[in-house]
Ligand binder design. Sequence first.
Ligand SMILES: Nc1nc(=O)c2c([nH]1)NC[C@@H]1CN(c3ccc(C(=O)N[C@@H](CCC(=O)O)C(=O)O)cc3)C=[N+]21
Length: 298
Amino acid sequence: MRAELIDGKAIAETIRHEVAADVTRLAAHGIIPGLTVVLVGDDAASATYVGAKEKASKAAGMQGETLRLPASTTQAELLTVVERLNVDPSVHGILVQMPLPSHIDPDTVIRHILPEKDVDGFHPVNVGKLLIGHTDGFVSCTPAGVIELLVRSGVDTRGAEAVIVGRSNIVGKPMAALLVQGRAGGDATVTICHSRTKDLAFHTRRADILIAAIGRAEMITGDMIKPGAVVIDVGMNTKPDATKAKGTRLCGDVHFESAVHVASKITPVPGGVGPMTIAMLLRNTVRAAERTLAVAAR
Ligand SMILES: Nc1nc(=O)c2c([nH]1)NC[C@@H]1CN(c3ccc(C(=O)N[C@@H](CCC(=O)O)C(=O)O)cc3)C=[N+]21
């Protein structure tokens, strides 16, 4: 058996077209959705991601802007920038790229972003709304993208055993909240595993849907997967590869070559969850813009 590939690139493309249609509809009301990405410092990987976000937002017809600040930017200076964006009516979405330099506290910065403009879904207000099941907040883009992948690939989550490996605030925890809630892409029985879990393989082998979000290259091997399971790989790691010009290549948290013979469906890295993250960011930004319209009509 060889698993069917879940084509995140293609599904993300479909969502980006849906977003572009929403942008056209908003234009009739004189609104151009605006996304401002703030990048502090010159981390090479971050610069690549930020460039991709700006390109994708422009391709969807939005106003995409990137503020590049030096690594020496103080926390107070960054908070001033956020406050300026908070009150700028042409900016509907604000994303401060992580990780930030070590002299800046990410939680303080996230709390300064207006929840209504927090298209990353990182603000405590948005995390709280997700947990309660209120749909007027923003959901973290990566777990929201995973749900879209499952739903649009015809995976029935209802009553399924879903096992998440990883308990981060931006993937593992919101992923669990989405899978357990009583709506499309939810109603699963959810287990969260992490670095202190005893006998990880015992849990992963029970999973009908296995979500790997650990951040460790190729840690989930085929022998840890239940035959026929759906495997979603959130990992974005690099590993040495002499055949590549850079000397490295991208790899996930799942050992693809062994997993592909056990799973029924699997996401590749690259071309799986990554492109979905950007598509969901665009969708959140359009929603932020739509909500300003709804407020103006009151
Ligand atoms: N405030 C904030 N929000 C984020 O959403 C955020 C962040 N900070 N910091 C970094 C991570 C990482 N991230 C990715 C987005 C797209 C791909 C992506 O499109 N990956 C492609 C390929 C990328 C490549 O080839 O290098 C793929 O998997 O096919 C990957 C990773 C968003 N992040």
